[in-house]
Design a protein around this ligand. Structure first.
Ligand code: SAM
Length: 256
């Protein structure tokens, strides 16, 4: 793989040479890269770092985190370099080329004792952390291609009580109402027609689905931040473990 070196936040990163992914209009198509890296999502990652920092400093916790679908590892490396207190992180991707790049990026940023690269299916990894190793984390980040729906239950299982779950969804056309059948299949939601407020619809559709998965898992949670820009970003903190979740369920309205 031909590589380039870039800086994002405090991280110095190897990314795939972007010349292979230039569209006929001169834009960059991140999905064409051998390992995914999208510069447009820098704002999303900036927000993730800021929100995690605010959360951790308000709770007095040191970050013990999992970046479950990491691509180049940019988000995990930035968490490790930019959060003021970091204990340890796992930076994982199922793709062997991504794993190689994560390993190189961990080394380039002198994070060998702090970050552990992993090369597993995110669901298998997240479920095994608690169930096999008895480990729970105070920050779990889920940033997949498109929908985070397949990873929510396992992410919640790896998260300790009072931790922080960061979820990015880039399938805004589905969440916002342009693809109603896909929205029903993926998120069990009837979206209204995509109007001017599709970003608002998108974030609420995602939140409604997250509420149902949290409820299945028996977890009450507090949504701390929700933003839709080029993707929807939700940070939520699972708290108590009640037998029912009245607060969460009461806030969900079904649109018919
Ligand atoms: C959108 S990219 C991640 C971007 C990265 N979080 C960032 O901020 O640049 C999604 C990544 O998920 C990885 N992936 C896809 N399916 C996976 C799975 N089942 N388990 C772990 N990683 C997976 C892909 O190889 C890809 O690198």
């Amino acid at each position: 793989m031909r590589l380039a070196v870039i800086r994002e936040g405090r991280a110095l990163l190897y990314i795939p040479d972007t010349r292979r992914a230039v569209t006929e209009h001169g834009g960059l198509e991140p999905a064409w890269l051998e390992v995914f890296y999208n510069p447009v999502m820098t704002f999303n990652r900036d927000l993730s770092v800021l929100i995690a920092e605010a959360f951790l400093s308000s709770t007095g916790l040191s970050a013990f985190f999992v970046d479950a679908l990491a691509g180049t590892g940019v988000r995990g490396v930035r968490y490790a370099l930019e959060l003021s207190r970091v204990q340890e992180g796992i930076v994982n991707d199922i793709d062997p080329s991504a794993f190689r790049l994560i390993t190189m990026n961990v080394k380039m940023n002198a994070l060998n004792g702090v970050l552990r690269p992993a090369n597993r299916d995110a669901n298998v990894l997240l479920l095994s952390l608690r169930r096999e190793l008895g480990m729970t984390f105070n920050l779990v980040d889920v940033d997949p291609f498109g929908s985070p729906a397949p990873y929510l239950a396992s992410a919640i299982s790896a998260l300790g009580r009072g931790g922080l779950l960061g979820v990015t969804a880039t399938d805004l056309a589905v969440l916002g109402g342009s693809k109603p059948l896909a929205a029903k299949r993926r998120y069990w939601v009837n979206t209204p027609l995509p109007l001017r407020h599709y970003r608002e619809v998108a974030i609420r559709s995602l939140l409604g689905y997250m509420a149902s998965v949290l409820t299945f898992s028996g977890v009450e949670s507090e949504t701390l931040v929700m933003i839709t820009a080029s993707a929807s970003l939700v940070f939520t903190s699972p708290g108590k473990l009640p037998t029912s979740c009245p607060g969460l369920l009461a806030s969900v309205t079904v649109i018919r």
